[in-house]
Ligand binder design. Structure first.
Ligand code: ADP
Ligand code: FBP
Length: 312
């Protein structure tokens, strides 16, 4: 059983266009509305993969009501914490070939009292959990140290914790020793304050996050796959997708696959890559079911070519 925590969930509208040209009126090919936010997507992917999960989410305003309805329609187990600020709407414009432009709102402000209610909800829901995953950006009003606090509380209860966030919230979480962090290439580069251009740079930066406290680092690298650094060493892999449709939620599917497969070693990395690749082949942030996942396309390397320049 895996609990996810999303302080800044969203309604995700994905609009498919032939080409995005700034300053012009563009007729869309299709539009789709999904419940969103990183932890919400991890729980949706786990549900699709038949792994028990509960999503703790804040919900506010008419958008929050709609988010609840969308999650209920998917059959997700949700612990909704009502808040005064409205739930945000994020827009993704998807062009053929998987090129996406994302417009993410900051989200509604959360008060200290609302944050205390979230903490209570997490404590209540995680009694039987093997992992708690704190995912996504922080809305206004939330201190950078919130994920560090989550790590300490969850670890004190003997439960493992994963953090998928960025910027100051990710940096502040590291000294609290999360069992896993899942930065993408950009987030990793931001965390170490230098570009990450080759696999060797990824390894070095991931080691740095471990030196600052993270026990395991799973770096998602878009079309370049993913790299895992933990107590067992370094492994990398990829799963090529010929015709990517939408990368929205691919990182969330990757994290879900990794946790679902035991969160350790080549087997978990392979599952993560298979789930991530499957998400990329699906429209918008649709999460893969068993029948969407192909394990035969995954290539795991215990001695990756470190000089290889990254393509995405
Ligand atoms: N173009 C692609 N081709 C194949 N796999 C991809 C592609 N884009 C993403 N993925 C898969 O999805 C995972 C997450 O994508 P990434 O863009 O790194 O994360 P995030 O969505 O968190 O920014 C990657 O590690 C990879 O497994
Ligand atoms: O909290 P953030 O960083 O603004 O991200 C939220 C967005 O990320 C998503 O969870 C997608 O995440 P990924 O594409 O990184 O897997 C969307 O559902 C949501 O709109």
């Amino acid at each position: 059983m895996i609990v996810t925590v999303t302080l800044n969930p969203s309604l995700d509208r994905t609009i498919e266009v032939d080409v995005l040209t700034r300053g012009e009126m563009i007729r869309a090919r299709s539009a789709r509305l999904d419940p969103g936010g990183k932890g919400v997507n991890v729980s949706r992917a786990l549900l699709a993969g038949h792994v028990t999960s509960t999503a703790v989410v804040t919900v506010g305003g008419p958008e929050g009501d709609q988010l609840r309805r969308l999650l209920a329609a998917e059959g997700l187990a949700v612990r909704a914490v009502p808040v005064a600020g409205r739930t945000r709407s994020n827009v993704t414009i998807a062009e053929p070939g998987g090129v996406v432009t994302k417009l993410n709102e900051p989200g509604g402000r959360l008060s200290d009292a609302e944050l205390a209610e979230v903490a209570e909800a997490v404590a209540a829901e995680s009694a039987a959990a093997s992992w708690v995953a704190g995912c996504g950006s922080l809305p206004p009003g939330v201190p950078d140290g919130i994920y560090a606090e989550l790590c300490r509380r969850v670890a004190a209860a003997g439960i493992r914790v994963a953090i998928d966030s960025s910027g100051p919230a990710l940096l502040a979480a590291l000294p609290a020793r999360p069992d896993l962090v899942k930065p993408n290439r950009e987030e990793l580069a931001e965390a170490v304050g230098r570009p990450v251009d080759r696999l060797a740079d990824v390894v070095e930066a991931a080691h740095e996050l471990r030196a600052r406290g993270a026990r395991g680092v799973l770096v998602s690298l878009g079309a370049d796959g993913a790299l895992l650094v933990d107590d067992d060493g370094v492994i990398a892999g990829d799963a090529p997708v010929e015709r990517p449709r939408s990368t929205v939620g691919a990182g969330d599917a990757l994290l879900a696959g990794f946790l679902a497969a035991g969160a350790r070693g080549p087997r978990a990395l392979a599952a993560a890559l298979a789930w991530g690749a499957a998400a990329v082949r699906l429209p918008a942030s649709r999460m893969p079911r068993h029948s969407d996942i192909r394990h035969d396309i995954v290539r795991i390397r215990s001695r990756p070519d470190l000089d290889k320049p990254l393509v995405t």
